[in-house]
Design a protein around this ligand. Structure first.
Ligand code: SF4
Ligand code: SF4
Length: 71
């Protein structure tokens, strides 16, 4: 079971990749299959069941795109 839920306000994402670098579990990626309204590949969690809800991804995001809720 995942330890939390990670939500992205995807339309605000600028695809900078800081959250990808920050994740200790290496489960955040930029989605090459999709483009948001700003024209970027938005970040997403690839394997939510591996998330430890550390919040590092949310802390790193300069645009407050990510919200982590512990379960
Ligand atoms: S909360 Fe932590 S483990 Fe979960 S996606 Fe974000 S950085 Fe990765
Ligand atoms: S740090 Fe924020 S703006 Fe940058 S890729 Fe991640 S979610 Fe998008």
């Amino acid at each position: 079971m995942p330890k939390g839920t990670v939500r992205f306000s995807e339309e605000r994402c600028k695809g900078c990749g800081l959250c990808v670098e920050a994740c200790p579990k290496h489960i955040v990626a930029l989605d090459a299959r999709r483009i948001n309204a700003k024209g970027y590949n938005p970040a997403y969690v690839t394997e939510m069941e591996k998330c430890i809800a550390c919040g590092f991804c949310a802390m790193m995001c300069p645009d407050v795109v990510i919200r982590v809720d512990r379960s």
